[in-house]
Each structure stands twice: as structure tokens, then as C-alpha cells.
Design a protein around this ligand. Sequence first.
Ligand code: NDP
Length: 240
Amino acid sequence: MARVAVVTGGTRGIGEAISVGLKEKGYKVAATYAGNEKAAQEFTERTGIPAYKFDVSDFEACQSAIKQIESDLGPVEVLVNNAGITRDGVMHRMTPEQWNAVIQTNLTSCFNMCRCVIDGMRERSFGRIVNIGSINGQAGQYGQVNYAAAKSGIHGFTKALAQEGAAKGITVNAIAPGYIDTDMVRAVPPNVLEKIVAKVPVGRLGKAEEIARGVAFLVADDAGFITGSTLSINGGQHMY
Ligand code: NDP
């Protein structure tokens, strides 16, 4: 029987590539999104993958969405925590709203989503969780105290939950992408982006599909001995 995979923020960018990559591998995929209806609708038309709208930073919303997904598709055995936002600004100008939005959406969301699926995974003695971190959680980044803190938190979260899940057949890993060609990176001013690309040994931005490939590898049934690890996919920019 096909395993059910949930990909948060799975309708655009890296998430879209992950959703499509998993579908191609035979998973029954549910993609989630926050509010970009047009992107979600076009995604579903293009891929045939259902899209579920809810805010990953809201615990109760996650609970009812998982309930709905499980009743539509079956028990969730694979969870990819990919949804994320940036609200950049240097510390001396950052507002509490910018801080809270990024921590809630990028980090608290991992707690919310994992908490909703962990009991079922433990009961069935199988689970695959992949959390999407960032090179900027490993190395820090000017103007991203909030984002770097959230992403760095994801890496600690991953290692701790991996220890809890290990005896129950649940693996928990992180991927730390470098700069990938998506809407998020297209929002960076071109002169700044040029400088970033100049620091990537491979000499280009990454492709969303290159992250999706890592996810498919980590969630595979025969990847049961890989847990608590962080896979850096960054064109050699930061070797950690
Ligand atoms: P995009 O901005 O292209 O897409 C973000 C996705 O997350 C969208 O589907 C969006 O939904 C969803 N989302 C945002 N906020 C919420 C929320 N509160 N609740 C539910 N869904 C939400 O992002 P990317 O594809 O670029 O990034 C994906 C992940 O990879 C993020 O975690 C990001 O931090 C990380 N990353 C990205 C890098 C890059 O270079 N692009 C580098 C390193 C890490 P909607 O469409 O409705 O807005």
C-alpha cells in the first residue's frame, strides 16, 4: 500500500518539487499551503495532488488538517516540514512581530505538525520526518537573526526527536539547503544575489528538484539507519 506523505508548503517552490518527487516515487501526497489560492489551485491542476489550506503555526489548525488528511488518504507515515517564511531586518530594526512570525512559522510549526502525527507513527512503529532547515541556520546570516534562530532550532529539534523515535522505527532528519531558485530567493535584490552566487563553488543557485531528491532518499523505507542527520545541499557553499 502506498504510504501517505504530507508536505507543508508543498504547493510552491521547494515544497512543490518535494510533493511531485514523492508522488513520482509512489507516495500518496497531501500538499499544504497558507493562502496563495491561485498557486495552490494551479499546482493541483498540474500535478493531481490535493492541497490543504491551513496555518502551520496554529496547533489546532494542524490537528484538524491532519485529521482531514488521514480521513481522505490514510494514516500519515511521512511528514516533510517545509513551510517557511522570511521577515528580514537587522536586529536594531527588527520588530517583535517579525521575530514571532518567523519563529512560529518556521520552528513552532515543526512541533505542531510532528505532535499531530507522532502518536500514530509510534503505534504503527514506522515514520519518516524530514525538516527543512537552511544554510543560514548553520552559518548565520546578516539581517536574519530571526530566521537563523528558527532554522538553527530545527537542527536541534531534529536531533532530539530522532533520539525519541529511534526505537519506534521513526527517523527524523533535516536538510539544510543553500540558495535555491524559488520565489523566496527571487525576492533578494539582484545585486545581493549576485554576490551570494559568487560564493557558491558550484557557481549557480540550486534547483528545487535537487532538494526533493534528498527528501526522497531520506524518507525511503530502506533509509531506516539514517536518523538525526543533517544533509547539506548547497553547492559546496558551507561545508558543515
Ligand atoms: P516559498 O516562499 O517559495 O514557498 C513557501 C511555502 O510555504 C508556500 O507553499 C507557502 O504557502 C507555505 N507557507 C508559508 N507560510 C505558511 C504558513 N504559516 N502555514 C502554511 N504554509 C505556509 O519558499 P521556498 O520554496 O523557497 O522555501 C521552502 C523551505 O525551504 C522554507 O522552509 C525555507 O525557509 C527553506 N529554504 C529555502 C531556501 C531557498 O533558497 N529558497 C534556502 C534554505 C532554506 P502559500 O503558497 O499559500 O504562501
